[in-house]
Design a protein around this ligand. Structure first.
Ligand SMILES: *Cc1c(COP(=O)(O)O)cnc(C)c1O
Length: 407
C-alpha cells in the first residue's frame, strides 16, 4: 500500500474492547495484573504488557506504530517535545571526552543544548560549515559521537548534500543524526540519503495545526554501533539497534520526557492529514516566495525551492520541487521588518512552524533575541530578515496582506 493509505489503517496491537475506530486516550498511570508471575514478566520486558505510562502507554505506542508505518523507520520513540527527542538522542550517543560535529546554523535551543548544556558535561561542541566537506573531514575524529544537522536550516535556509556528508561520516565510523522537522517523512526518506537517526519536532507538521507539543526519534538501524565506544557493549542484545535500546530502556525513562496519551491521540489525527496539508502549504509557499521577490522593498527572498537559490539543486534532489512551507525574506532594515510585521492583518505574529495559519516573525529579536550579537553573527541570523511559516490560506490573500503591509 502507499503511505497515505497505510497511515490510516495501521492495526491496533490489541483489539479495542468497544471497537473504537479512533484510538482511545488511555489516561491511566498504571496497569493491573492477575498474578505476581505476570507482573515479573511484564516488568522485565519478557511480555509486552504496559506497566507504567512513563515507560509505555497504549495510545502513545499506537502513535509510534503509525509513525513507523508512515516513515519506514526500524524503531520510533516519542517524546513530549522536539527538544526532548534531540536531547535524548544526543545524550544517548554523547560522552565526556567525545565531541559532536555540527553547524552553528541550528534551532536556537538545539544550539544552546550543544554549545552549553552538553559541553558542561564534557561533550565538546565542534561547529563548522557542514557544506564544506574538507572542514567536516578535518573535525571528525575517533572521539566524534555524532554529526548533527538540520536538513534545511532556519532562518539561513541552508541545505547540505546529505549523501556526501553521510559518506564522510560513515568512513569515519560516525552516525549522521538529522533534525528533519521541516520536511516530514511522508515527503522525504532520510535513510535513502544516508541519515542514520532522525529527530523531529512533531509539534510542527505532525500535530495537525499546532495542537500540541511532541517529539520523535526515528532510528533507521543503518549504523553499525560496534563503532561507538559507548554503545558497543549493547550491540547484538536487542531486536533493533543498540542506540534505540539505549534510548528506549535508559535515557527516555531516566529523563522522563514522555509523550502523554492525550497528545498522542491528537497527533495520530494530525498524521492522517499530514500529506494533504503538506502538499497544500508547500505549494502556496513556493508560489508566495516567488511573488514576494517581486515586491518593491524586498531585498531578497530565501527559499531553496526557487531556482537561483544557492542550494536549489541539492534541495531539488533531496526534497523535490516543494521543500517545506517556510521561507525568509530580507528588507532594508530591522525597522522596516518591524513595520511590516505590525501592519499584517491576515498573517499572524507568532513563532512556530506549520500551523494551519500563516505566521510571521523577526527571528533576530525573538527566537535568537537572547543570544549576543556575536553569537547571532556566528549563526548568520540577520536583523533584516523576516521568517514566514506558510499555512493553508489562499495564496492570494496572503500575498495581498504582505503587499499591503509593505506598501
Ligand atoms: C521547533 C523545532 C524544534 C524544537 O521542537 P519543540 O517541539 O518546540 O521542542 C527543533 N528543531 C526544529 C527544526 C524546530 O523547528
Amino acid at each position: 500500500m502507499k503511505t497515505e493509505t497505510e497511515i490510516l489503517h495501521v492495526p491496533y496491537p490489541v483489539a479495542d474492547p468497544h471497537g473504537a475506530l479512533n484510538m482511545p486516550v488511555y489516561h491511566s498511570v498504571a496497569y493491573e495484573f492477575d498474578t505476581a508471575e505476570q507482573m515479573e514478566l511484564a516488568f522485565t520486558g519478557k511480555s509486552p504488557e504496559h506497566v507504567y505510562s512513563r515507560i509505555t502507554n497504549p495510545t502513545v505506542q499506537y502513535f509510534e506504530q503509525r509513525v513507523k508505518a508512515a516513515s519506514g523507520a526500524a524503531e520510533v520513540i516519542s517524546f513530549n517535545s522536539g527538544m526532548a527527542a534531540i536531547a535524548n538522542a544526543l545524550v544517548a550517543v554523547g560522552r565526556a571526552g567525545g565531541n559532536i560535529v555540527t553547524s552553528p546554523h541550528l534551532f536556537g535551543n538545539t544550539f544552546s543544548l550543544i554549545a552549553y548544556t552538553l559541553a558542561e558535561f564534557g561533550v565538546e561542541p565542534r561547529f563548522c560549515d557542514l557544506t564544506n566537506p574538507a572542514e567536516v573531514e578535518r573535525l571528525v575524529d575517533e572521539n566524534t559521537c555524532a554529526v548533527f544537522l538540520e536538513v534545511i536550516t532556519n532562518p539561513q535556509m541552508e541545505v547540505v548534500d546529505l549523501k556526501a556528508l553521510s559518506e564522510i561520516c560513515h568512513r569515519a565510523g560516525t552516525p549522521l543524526v538529522a533534525d528533519t522537522t521541516v520536511i516530514p517523512f511522508t515527503a522525504f526518506r532520510a535513510a535513502e540519503f544516508g541519515v542514520d537517526v532522525e529527530v523531529v519536532s512533531s509539534t510542527k507538521y505532525i500535530s495537525g495545526g499546532a495542537t500540541s507539543l511532541g517529539g520523535l526519534l526515528l532510528d533507521h538501524d543503518t549504523f553499525d554501533w560496534r563503532q561507538s565506544a559507548k554503545l558497543r557493549p549493547l550491540v547484538g542484545q536487542f531486536p533493533v539497534s543498540a542506540f534505540s535500546a539505549k534510548v528506549r530502556r535508559e535515557i527516555h525513562r531516566n529523563l522522563g520526557a514522555c509523550m502523554t496519551p492525550y497528545v498522542a491521540q491528537m497527533q495520530i489525527n494530525g498524521l492522517e492529514t499530514l500529506e494533504l496539508r503538506y502538499q497544500r502549504a508547500t505549494r502556496t509557499c513556493r508560489d508566495l516566495a516567488g511573488r514576494v521577490a517581486g515586491l518593491e522593498g524586498v531585498v531578497s527572498v530565501n527559499y531553496p525551492g526557487l531556482p537561483g537559490h544557492p542550494c536549489h539543486d541539492v534541495s531539488l534532489a533531496q526534497f523535490g520541487e516543494f521543500p517545506g512551507a517556510m521561507f525568509t525574506f530580507d528588507l532594508a532594515s530591522r525597522e522596516a521588518c518591524f513595520r511590516l510585521i505590525n501592519r499584517l492583518q491576515v498573517i499572524r505574529r507568532a513563532t512556530n512552524l506549520f500551523d494551519n495559519k500563516t505566521l510571521a516573525i523577526h527571528p533576530a529579536s525573538t527566537i535568537f533575541g537572547t543570544f549576543t550579537e556575536d553569537t547571532r553573527r556566528q549563526m548568520d541570523v540577520h536583523q533584516e530578515t523576516i521568517r514566514l511559516s506558510v499555512g493553508l490560506e489562499a495564496a492570494d490573500d496572503l500575498f495581498a496582506d504582505l503587499a499591503r503591509a509593505i506598501g
